[in-house]
Design a protein around this ligand. Sequence first.
Ligand code: NDP
Length: 451
Amino acid sequence: MSNTEEYVASVLKTIKRRDPNQSEFHQAVEEVFESVVPVLEENPTYEEHAILERISEPERIIQFRVPWYDDAGKLHVQRGWRVQFNSAIGPYKGGLRFHRTVTESIIKFLGFEQVFKNSLTGLPMGGGKGGSDFDPKGKSNADVMRFCQAFMSELGRHIGQFTDVPAGDIGVGGREIGFMVGQYRRMTNFHGTGVLTGKGIGFGGSLVRPEATGYGTVYFMQAVLKAKGERFKNKTVAISGSGNVAQFAVQKLNQLRAKVVTLSDSSGYIYDSEGIDNEKLDFVFHLKNNRRGRIKEYADKYGVEYHASSRPWEKKVDVALPCATQNELNGSEAQMLVDNGVIAVGEGANMPSTPDAIDIFLKAGVGFGPAKAVNAGGVATSGLEMSQNSLRYSWSFAETDQRLKDIMSNVFSAVADAAKKYGKEGNYVVGANIAGFIKVADAMIAQGQYA
Ligand code: NDP
């Protein structure tokens, strides 16, 4: 082990000792730390300034009680968090997740990843993340509204357009953001235009924000395919999830004449060998965003395969885009995809591939796009929403989409160049971690020991 590797190992050991039960957070930190070893070796300043110790410790974690009444008048108590991870390059920025699986470890891993992702976008945004173990599934609209109001009653005092600007994530879409904007306004008598992103178009939202993560995922993967001399046209694609990211990835892929054959939710996946065309996609939009039903209904309606309690990675496809949740693609599933001839895998979700799955893809020469880079289009367009709010102005769909395309193209170049510079050409995992890290680390050093 080199001296630098020993330093990295000792910082990791401390992190694990301090929070032994935060396995998701350890997984995210370990990947970044491994990637930046050559950067630390080249530049001892980072170790002298204890950058790894500082960058892996959130500036602030706020945990709070969220009591709310359901329709039947029963009082529930949920737990809420906001992890304000790093503000060296801009106000904290990152989504809110409402899901029964949310823990402090999940919010910390997401906040940590967000720091580097936001740095990659080239926009002045720090990293944060928040959420609650509230489960919106099966809840009435009024239940969700009362919960969002209760959540914002506490969160509201910690955020602001120059402090911390939350957005959506799993379980938090346009409906929930609307309820939270309303509550923020009621609490502060301040039109919180710049305080949350993902708002409705009529009250400060940006065109393309709903589409941005799914579209951006496809734009990034177009660049990955191009580097291999390939393109999406006529390619077969497996997608997991059926929420915001998955839906708009399908829409963009249909425009590019690829054939998407799978979608899933936490109950199982559908396989449609004919492809999910725009008409069927409209059914999915309505099913998931209005009726809030299960993906199995797609199989019932169109008479296609449904696999309960399984994931779509067993199918033969050219490209796989995991767009549901963390650790949803493991080593044996990665091997199945490789054996079936997959040429590219892009992480629309955050940390969907386990570390052994990533190793398998990289060793097999699969074009692998890591989440930090691939799904950065969502937060980038949130950054564009903030810009428009500051300007008191809004851009057209075409103009905003062009900005998103330019940002994703710049992210790809930054990632590919960093990988090449450090002798790992084509390894976009290392490239994304290094490119994201350097800007934040340099800003922290420039701002002194407390920054
Ligand atoms: P949605 O809530 O809109 O959809 C999430 C989808 O993933 C649903 O189909 C859901 O199924 C499924 N899912 C969630 N948790 C699990 C689980 N534990 N096991 C299996 N399936 C699960 O969320 P988004 O589409 O917004 O987010 C998807 C991913 O993309 C997340 O990792 C998120 O962090 C990431 N992301 C999202 C961005 C955005 O702009 N929305 C930006 C960047 C990243 P079910 O309904 O059954 O739970």
